[in-house]
Design a protein around this ligand. Sequence first.
Ligand SMILES: NC(=O)c1ccc[n+]([C@@H]2O[C@H](COP(=O)([O-])OP(=O)(O)OC[C@H]3O[C@@H](n4cnc5c(N)ncnc54)[C@H](O)[C@@H]3O)[C@@H](O)[C@H]2O)c1
Length: 270
Amino acid sequence: MSDAAMPQLLVGKTAVVMGIQNDFSIAYHIAEAFGAAGARLAMSVVDERPLRYTKKLEERYPGSFTFTCNVANDADLDAMQETLKRECGTVDAYVHAVAFSPKEALSAPFAQTTREQWQISLDISSYSLVAAAQRIAPLMPDGGSMMALTYLGADRYFPGYNIAGVAKAALESSVRYLAGDFGPRLIRVNGISSGPLKTAAARGIDRFSDMYETLAGSAPLARPFHQSDVAKTAVFLASDLSAAITGEVIFVDNGYHIMGMSIPREEFGG
Ligand SMILES: NC(=O)c1ccc[n+]([C@@H]2O[C@H](COP(=O)([O-])OP(=O)(O)OC[C@H]3O[C@@H](n4cnc5c(N)ncnc54)[C@H](O)[C@@H]3O)[C@@H](O)[C@H]2O)c1
């Protein structure tokens, strides 16, 4: 969708987008869609390497800016809160698109997960939502919208997704608990469960190409699936159109999650 075609649903809103690595990142496409919808962007990256990508968005959407934040460090998260307070005053939307699991934990069988692999995965992929949300909620005095990127591997067994799936289960449960805590303050918290997309994080998953091909061949909707599909749902969730939705996980996956059997689309009924 071109910038001109994007409905101006986020004019006057400030959105924090966390997790841009490069221009394949789901967060990059969400930031781009938010900018096109009229939002001011505050982009959070883990280190300096993604800055050349966020610079492109800063140039396209004036008033936008980027800061670094490693979610493993409380000091970085505190600094994020200070930066947002200083630069924006208040925030309307927050996107959590961050995950990490040690590579070895995604190639050996899940049953061999070590305590250290578990702790790293759950800390970076799940607790980080709680840690960021507790610092951003005070910057949403008039309510707001938070959303986290998740995957069907939270509920189903995908060989090789392993500890990343357990971390997504904790993330989705955290979405519901945060939605309950923050609901009275009119802060919504939701999950977006994306189908498989070719990104840097996806490259770390041994069986990713099987996951990707399965969706392409046997999801109900016979259409290409792209980061921009997830981004458009994020615009909806950040906008006032989703004012009554919280604690929900919305699947954006061409409908793959309803399937009871993985069979070629040509063999479907109808
Ligand atoms: N790509 C997929 O198929 C897919 C499907 C469903 C959900 N998701 C989720 O979408 C989100 C974004 O992933 P992506 O696929 O766009 O890949 P990506 O690699 O582009 O993004 C992952 C991001 O996590 C960041 N990150 C990792 N450790 C961090 C830390 N300690 N502090 C701060 N940031 C850190 C990375 O810098 C990167 O920007 C993740 O939560 C991922 O699990 C991805």
